[in-house]
Design a protein around this ligand. Structure first.
Ligand SMILES: Nc1ncnc2c1ncn2[C@@H]1O[C@H](COP(=O)(O)OP(=O)(O)OP(=O)(O)O)[C@@H](O)[C@H]1O
Length: 577
């Protein structure tokens, strides 16, 4: 049974770049015009030297100056307008790309997400998209217009003097190739420095987040030593990078000057021989920086381009992934009761040889409270994941209210389920926002009532800003128990038919556990509840206890029935006193 093989849609950057092609071309055309406005400048120099300086008649120089100013204004206009168009179009493309990445994440199957390295997805969303932007903008705004400028200028210069133009054109390939070869060496050094920096920041990040653990184990010296080692490697690679960059800078200056020297020398010979006017030589010297500028810029832009291309390939890998969660079912169940049934369900995680669930059959009638108990790794969380349809069973069937998951609209069903986890996640924003997350249209009375039932109202009212207090990453620090009660209030507001409690009270002290247990009792009333529990106090209230071991149900019954039996549960009872 494979529900994830179909693809939802394959968003393609080329499509939305294509949609914007008219505006993008317009931006490039403006950038070309910006350079066209500068084209006559070398020829102005020629006229000034040959017509006015040589003859001593400077009467016409005013009109040249006016043209000069006029063209500069045109250049200014096209530069600003072209940049505005390109910046706005490229930013729109990138923002669309970012939102496609996020949308796709919502559809990707957990089998795919499990395999992603931590931070990699964030990096695709935030940094890779930025790299694509940083490669597109210089390509469109600089590379294309500057190359066309050089070609046009070289073409016009050939009319002035084809011999000098030919000299420049013959030398240019050597200039370009030597620069590029040098640049490859720099890239190797740059890459080494980048890797060393990533390694250093990765280690520093790890050590800073684990600072309690490091201090608790008295391992400060070891951590410092290890970080210093990475820091030294980074420092060495930075020095090599800077030295190599300095070589490159000097090489650039020397080679550009040699090119100018060749033009001056060749031109001077022609001038002395009476074959070239001084003004034409001036025009060539003024045009030379423009002609070599795309070659100079090429090295940097090509680096950005390759980084952008690499980043785009990585984004495409995510966007084109066919590994999407795709429940074909459309059925919504009116008056959902919350019966859950597993029939001979087999499930193995990607890359695992042993199934996490092995022929599990289990019926949970609506409104019943079932506790899943068993050693670590026995498959308790997997049962919960499968109820929510986060993974698809490899064999067997899961039914809700007698309907197979395959025909139910699972997104619709999930909106009627709630999960309270051991580590309560709160989003950045006020407590109010966090509660509304469960039900955006909730009224004030409903929110306050949910907080009251979750035993959260009194501590929330004691906070300086009450429900408006900012929590989450940049907000006030709340205790584990307080966060837990907010997440219970959130689940209460959702009014779920099926409730999953994943070790919801295991990390709390006695007082918090009592408050939370009360809150959970309020939450559980009248719903189907599946509790994943290690603590006996938690499971005592369950109607039925199911004991899992290595993905199989090995015992089930009421608390009293299992206490009297001679299995895992009674051993657990004895162990926990
Ligand atoms: N995302 C995953 N990818 C691969 N294997 C996994 C994944 N999650 C769980 N497993 C494996 O599946 C088996 C069942 O895990 P599960 O988390 O369901 O056990 P559990 O009983 O909830 O354990 P615990 O009490 O430690 O939370 C284990 O062998 C575990 O290593």
């Amino acid at each position: 049974m494979n529900h994830q093989s179909e693809v939802v849609e394959s968003p393609d950057l080329r499509h939305f770049i294509w949609d914007k092609k008219q505006q993008l071309w317009k931006g490039v055309a403006y950038a070309v015009m910006r350079n066209v406005a500068l084209l006559p400048f070398p020829f102005f120099f020629q006229v000034i030297i040959d017509e006015y300086v040589k003859t001593g008649n400077v009467a016409g120089i005013g009109s040249i100056a006016m043209m000069f100013i006029g063209l500069l204004l045109i250049h200014y206009y096209f530069t600003i307008e072209g940049t505005k168009i390109l910046a706005s179009e490229v930013s729109t493309v990138i923002s669309e790309l970012r939102s496609r990445v996020f949308q796709k994440l919502q559809f990707l199957h957990f089998g795919y997400l499990d395999k992603q390295r931590a931070g990699r997805l964030l990096s695709k969303y935030a940094f890779d998209t930025q790299k694509v932007e940083m490669s597109l903008m210089p390509l469109l705004n600089q590379m294309v217009p500057n190359i066309s400028h050089s070609i046009l200028l070289a073409f016009l210069l050939a009319f002035l003097d084809w011999r000098l133009t030919l000299t420049v054109l013959l030398i240019l390939p050597f200039y370009a190739v030597s620069r590029y070869l040098f640049f490859f060496r720099i890239q190797r050094k740059n890459r080494a420095a980048r890797v060393a920096q990533e390694h250093l920041t990765g280690r520093a990040n790890e050590f800073i987040s684990a600072i309690r653990l490091i201090r608790g184990y008295g391992q400060e010296q070891r951590a410092t030593g290890s970080l210093e080692e990475s820091s030294e490697t980074y420092t060495r690679s930075r020095i090599e990078q800077m030295v190599m960059n300095s070589h490159f800078g000097t090489f650039s200056t020397v080679s550009t000057n040699m090119l100018s020297l060749a033009v001056v020398a060749g031109g001077a010979l022609l001038v002395v021989g009476g074959n070239l006017s001084l003004g034409t030589l001036f025009a060539f010297l003024a045009a030379l920086p423009v002609i070599v500028s795309p070659i100079q810029a090429f090295t940097q832009i090509s680096q950005q381009y390759f980084q952008g291309k690499e980043a785009f390939v990585s984004i495409r890998e995510l966007l084109d992934s066919r590994y999407v969660e795709h429940w074909a079912g459309q059925r919504k169940i009116p008056d959902l009761k919350g019966d859950v049934e597993f029939e001979k369900v087999v499930f193995a995680y990607e890359g695992q040889t042993e199934p996490a669930l092995n022929e599990i059959s289990l019926k949970i009638p609506a409104g019943q409270h079932v506790a899943l108990v068993g050693p670590s790794g026995s498959g308790k969380s997997t049962v919960a994941n499968l109820i929510l349809g986060l993974y698809n069973p490899s064999a067997g069937h899961i039914r809700v209210d007698g309907q197979s998951q395959e025909i139910i609209d699972m997104r619709w069903l999930r909106r009627r389920c709630a999960i309270v986890m051991q580590e309560s996640l709160l989003l950045s924003g006020s407590i109010w926002d966090n509660l509304c997350f469960a039900r955006p249209g909730a009224t004030e009375e409903e929110i306050v009532e949910a907080a009251r039932l979750a035993n959260a109202e009194s501590f929330i009212m004691d906070l300086p800003k009450g429900f408006e207090t900012i929590v989450g990453e940049r907000g006030v620090s709340l205790s584990g128990g307080q966060r837990q009660r907010i997440s219970i209030a959130r689940a209460l507001l959702r009014d779920p038919r099926i409730l999953i409690l994943d070790e919801a009270t295991s990390a709390l002290d006695y007082e918090s556990e009592r408050l939370i247990q009360d809150a959970l009792d309020n939450l559980a009333r009248g719903r189907t509840v599946i509790t994943i529990a290690h603590r006996l106090s938690t499971v005592k209230k369950a109607d039925r206890i199911v004991v899992l071991e290595k993905g199989k149900i090995v015992e089930q019954g009421s608390f009293d029935e299992l206490s009297d039996s001679d299995g895992y549960f009674s051993a657990l009872l004895a162990a926990q006193g």
